[in-house]
Design a protein around this ligand. Structure first.
Ligand SMILES: *Cc1c(COP(=O)(O)O)cnc(C)c1O
Length: 361
């Protein structure tokens, strides 16, 4: 039995013309490349049937456990094409480790870092023609794992499917970096002590969608959640971590207390902050402290970060009775500087002094 992800080529890939048309305007999350990686885990045999084969629909029994009990986890990372045409991943080992942590929380089997990286690198090499060049285009990679056993009993699934799909993405901000307005959710929480907030699992997103809809209804694009116990401490957005820049030169982000997703971008920003003379601080910060800081201008910038948007400036925080506009509502200098610094490393325009990049081909 193969220990590696061997390639079974797609005999009917998209034509060069179709692919070129997609790459000209890929958007996000709509188009996928010609192949996908899969592997199966069973209680008795462990991980087996590793392959990179044609992109195709799953055949899933209606009684597959994931459809009923949501035993599922995922990851998200990108491949970047550099000016010399080489293709690189950014800190993929961090995603492998996080997927293993998520797996433990969701009672799913761990996939080794070796398998995780092999599945991604084999897929990227096979579909390298799908990796955009120029601008901030990238190849978005979505590894995930779910309970595929046909069984309605409530216990950890004894059959699990791992899959990795990927597709081209255009730059997140097609018309330049735009600040987002954020809705403070007071009716809902996404996470609670002892819950799954620190795991990257679809259930957290399912729980956040009604709050997301509430945000849209109030003219906002994103939701900010506070903690589930006291509804007092700032946690994160539905899918991004949050940062506050202060007049003291601090870069504050909520500390990880088991209820916040530990973002790879979050960690990278904490590291890069020092290069800009900012002092990275991880601590609890209450929503009242944030409102006061915006009001007395001791908080000068707020931004959110995650792989998809990289760094997203926050223009305002909104509640049912107030709009708290951050500074003058435009992206701040540290927000823009950190965003540029991160992108320059990812696209090979700045020296990768920390060894964050991993070459695929
Ligand atoms: C994925 C995710 C993030 C961002 O993590 P990155 O590794 O930086 O992409 C933040 N919050 C939640 C809830 C997430 O699912």
């Amino acid at each position: 039995m193969s220990r590696q992800f061997d390639v079974r080529p797609n005999t009917r890939p998209r034509s060069d013309a179709d692919r070129a048309a997609i790459l000209a305007d890929p958007g996000f999350g709509q188009y996928f490349s010609d192949h996908m990686a899969t592997a199966t885990w069973t209680k008795d045999a462990g991980w087996h049937d590793r392959e990179v084969g044609p992109y195709r629909p799953f055949e899933l029994d209606p009684a597959a456990a994931v459809l009923h009990y949501a035993q599922e986890i995922f990851e998200g990372l990108k491949a970047y094409r550099h000016a010399d045409n080489s293709i690189w991943l950014f800190r993929p080992e961090k995603n492998a480790e996080r997927m293993a942590r998520s797996a433990r929380r969701l009672a799913l089997p761990e996939l080794s870092t070796e398998d995780f990286l092999d599945s991604i690198e084999t897929l990227v090499r096979t579909d390298h023609a799908w990796v955009p060049s120029g601008g901030e285009g990238n190849f978005y990679i979505r590894p995930f794992m779910f309970a595929s056993e046909t069984f309605l009993g409530v216990r950890p699934s004894q059959t699990v499917t791992y899959c990795c799909i990927a597709g081209p993405a255009g730059s997140y901000f097609a018309n330049g970096v735009q600040p987002v307005d954020i809705w403070l959710s007071t009716n809902y929480v996404r996470s609670a002590p002892g819950g799954t907030g620190a795991a990257k699992t679809g259930g957290n997103y399912a729980a956040s969608l009604v709050a997301q809809q509430e945000a849209y209804d109030h003219g906002c694009e994103q939701v900010l959640f506070t903690d589930g116990a006291e509804r007092k401490w700032v946690e994160e957005l539905g899918g991004m971590n949050i940062y506050f820049v202060t007049t003291d030169g601090e870069l504050i982000t909520p500390s990880l207390e088991g209820t916040i997703l530990e973002g790879v971008t979050r960690d990278s920003v904490l590291t890069l902050a020092a290069d800009r003379g900012l002092k990275p601080v991880e601590r609890r910060i209450s929503i009242d402290e944030v409102f006061d800081g915006i009001g007395d201008k001791s908080i000068t910038e707020i931004f959110a970060c995650g792989t998809a948007a990289v760094i997203n400036p926050v223009g305002s925080l909104r509640t049912a009775d107030a709009v708290h506009t951050v500074a003058d509502g435009h992206p701040g200098e540290h927000t823009e500087g950190l965003r540029q610094a991160l992108l320059d490393i990812q696209y090979g325009r700045a020296e990768d002094s920390r060894g964050w990049l991993r070459k695929v081909c």
